[in-house]
Write a protein that binds this ligand. Structure first.
Ligand SMILES: [Zn+2]
Length: 316
């Protein structure tokens, strides 16, 4: 099962205690996912979802809130052979052929023009904003498995509804972005932290924890990589410096003979030749008495300076 399906199953199981929130959730579901289509010559109000849990939730809401029973048909998705899509027909069978109305949710069926028109759905309490956002996500939302990357989006058929949804998200300090793709208005976020916040707001606490676990693992992996890279960089620096020092010492040996160096320099020159991979601290520990890193550095620099001076002198 995909990450999105798990989240939707979790969300659909939540029990809304309050009547106001149950209506807001239904408004979010229908304003995001409802379509007006012709079916066998008759206009039909359809809601299509790939998720059984979402179709059950919608059925329950419609039955409880409008006293009608949508017709549910499961059919194979022609694009994705294995998947089943659930098609809910919300037409109330009425003798006058009129279609069921959802005006109280700000959805107005314009039968002659074959389209849906929306008016604002007023929400006054935070509990209902959460429920509305949850409904919208259940209808049109998806989240990429956080193992791969962070991306959450909700697809809307109507630009105004998308803007309204963004506006409700902003109530919770979220900053969603919006784009148009293949005739859909997409509201999306790409930051792991923002997605976690959103999951918290709509009540997907189990999914939230799963996502946090993935984020922690990812962060640890990045941290380890950073340390390894840093150590590699340090090692490279040590090696590069050592190569230069060894070159200088060989040159000095050639030009004046190491035995003619002052005792302190002679000692460190021999140690460096024998231990080209050792760090300055390690070289210092090989001396008696032990010499600190900066002391070793000082002597090696002296050797390099001496070598370059001797070379200059030779060229004159
Ligand atoms: Zn409420």
């Amino acid at each position: 099962m995909s990450f999105s399906s798990d989240i939707k199953d979790e969300l659909a199981r939540l029990q809304n205690e309050r009547t106001c929130c149950r209506q807001a959730e239904l408004a979010g579901l229908l304003r995001t996912g409802l379509m007006l289509r012709g079916a066998q010559g008759q206009p039909a109000l359809l809601f299509i979802t790939e998720h059984a849990s979402v179709s059950r939730l919608l059925f329950t809401h419609i039955k409880a809130q409008t006293n009608s029973r949508p017709e549910i048909a499961g059919e194979k998705n022609p694009r994705l052979k294995k998947h089943v899509v659930y098609r809910l027909n919300l037409n109330k069978p009425s003798p006058d052929g009129n279609i069921q109305q959802f005006d109280h949710l700000g959805i107005h069926v314009r039968q002659e023009e074959k389209r849906l028109e929306y008016s604002p759905y007023p929400i006054t309490s935070r509990c209902c904003i959460r429920s509305y956002l949850r409904g919208g996500f259940l209808a049109g939302g998806s989240i990429i498995n956080p193992d791969k990357s962070y991306h959450m989006e909700i697809a809307f058929m109507d630009k105004g509804i998308a803007q309204e949804y963004s506006h409700w998200m902003e109530h919770f300090q979220l900053k969603p972005r919006q784009l148009t793709r293949k005739g859909y208005e997409i509201v999306y976020m790409k930051e792991g932290e923002d997605i976690v916040d959103f999951l918290n707001i709509i009540g997907a606490h189990h999914a939230l924890m799963e996502m946090e676990n993935v984020r922690i693992l990812k962060e640890m992996r990045n941290h380890v990589n950073r340390i390894v890279n840093c150590e590699t960089a340090n090692l490279e620096k040590t090696v590069n410096a050592s190569v230069k020092q060894v070159e200088a010492i060989r040159l000095l040996d050639e030009l004046m003979g190491l035995e003619n160096l002052p005792p302190g320099l002679k000692e460190i020159a021999r140690l460096r030749l024998d231990n080209p991979e050792a760090s300055l601290t390690e070289l210092g520990k090989m001396l008696t008495p032990v010499l600190g890193k900066s002391g070793v550095n000082h002597r090696l620099r002296k050797l390099e300076k001496l070598a370059s001076d001797k070379e200059q002198y030779k060229k004159l």
